[in-house]
Design a protein around this ligand. Structure first.
Ligand code: SAM
Ligand code: FES
Length: 336
């Protein structure tokens, strides 16, 4: 749908009539991507990060956090169990942990690919060559949020990082042939409604296959501990407009939404979202990958989460997708 910037700003600001927007996004979602909700098994495999983003609980300078890193076997084993549980996509996410070298990641990707799954990587900014080699090894999708298109804000929040570099990473990933996932946080300090409208237009312009939109939630062990944070409603309006702008892409109901509201993901699924990413990380690691406080399901098991979210999806008359759930039916490397 063509929506002008002014119209997007109006919709973002219109709290009173937001239910109409949610209904419209839900209808567009139904028409274009149907009632299936695609589940992705999320493995948070290392909370070690070389970056120091002001908002993020696993930032380098958070010395109160106990750090962990799965070894290759653990990571592959976690993915195998997720595949056995029925997940057709494995998302591997971590801080920017360069211990996972180009070669090491390649070995891991090749092993996990044997489980007949689509692989999404979300490991941050890396050189073109890394992205290329990982794609050739079998990685199908890559998720890296632009966070905000307000460059001044970005540079204040992500010290020593470059917005331009992040943008170029996205361009490289697209050129290599990945299904491209990006997204933003909503409710960052000094983020304007106008800049959120620009973010949405940016995601459309670069042609994302997946857009993750979540509220910013302040973490006590970061410099932004006293910030106000985003609201579920604004994040949901942003997500719903994303659905109107790009009717057939994948849009996750983000975990951060559920951290703000016990039915956050269901509400998101009813206002434009068609993907959920249950955590399949095991044991203590679930707690230690704490990007923001109030993270859900930290004491649950992967199987419990899969069953729980499956039941929630069915309770609203939707069904769990059995396929790979690529954008516009795209199949992963090697799928028949
Ligand atoms: N290192 C990879 C990267 O930079 O893309 C992946 C991990 S990073 C922690 C994943 C995402 O978490 C970020 O893109 C950011 O949007 C989100 N995030 C971090 N801190 C957050 C917070 N306090 N509230 C909400 N989301 C947050
Ligand atoms: Fe983890 Fe419901 S999704 S308990």
């Amino acid at each position: 749908m063509e929506l002008k910037r002014a119209e997007i700003i109006r919709l973002l600001s219109d709290e009173q009539n937001q239910d109409d927007l949610f209904r419209q996004a839900d209808e567009v979602r139904r028409q274009y991507v149907g009632d299936e909700v695609h589940l992705r098994g999320l493995i948070e495999f290392s909370n070690i990060c070389r970056n120091n983003c002001m908002y993020c609980g696993i930032r380098r300078d958070n010395s109160q956090l106990k750090r962990y890193r799965m070894n290759e076997e653990e990571l592959i084993d976690t993915a195998r169990k997720a595949a056995e549980m029925g997940f057709k996509t494995i998302v591997m996410q971590s801080g920017e942990d360069v211990w996972f070298s180009r070669e090491r990641m390649c070995r891991i990707i090749e092993q996990i690919k044997k489980f007949d799954v689509a692989i999404t990587l979300s490991v941050g900014e890396r050189p073109y060559e890394d992205y290329k080699v990982w794609f050739d090894a079998g990685a199908d999708r890559y998720l890296i949020r632009i966070e905000t298109t307000d460059k001044d804000l970005y540079h204040r929040l992500d010290p020593n990082m470059s917005w331009q570099n992040r943008h170029e990473c996205l361009m490289a990933l697209k050129e290599i042939g990945y299904e491209l996932g990006s997204g933003i946080m909503v409710g960052l300090p000094e983020q304007s409604i106008e800049s959120i409208a620009d973010d949405l237009l940016y995601l459309k312009e670069i042609g994302v296959d997946m857009a993750g939109i979540g509220p910013f939630i302040p973490h006590a062990q970061t410099p932004l501990k006293d910030a106000k944070g985003g609201t579920l409603d604004l994040a949901r309006r942003t997500m719903a407009i994303m659905r109107l702008l790009m009717p057939d892409i994948n849009i996750p109901a983000t975990t951060a939404m559920e951290s703000l509201h016990p039915r956050g993901r269901i509400l998101a699924l009813q206002s434009g979202a068609n993907v959920v990413m249950p955590n399949v990380t095991e044991g203590e690691y679930r707690k230690l990958y704490e990007l923001y406080p109030g993270k859900i399901c930290v004491d649950d098991t992967p199987l419990h989460c899969k069953t729980c979210i499956g039941a929630k999806i069915m309770s609203i008359g939707r069904k769990v997708g059995m396929g790979y759930g690529g954008h516009a039916g795209r199949l992963p490397h090697g799928a028949k």
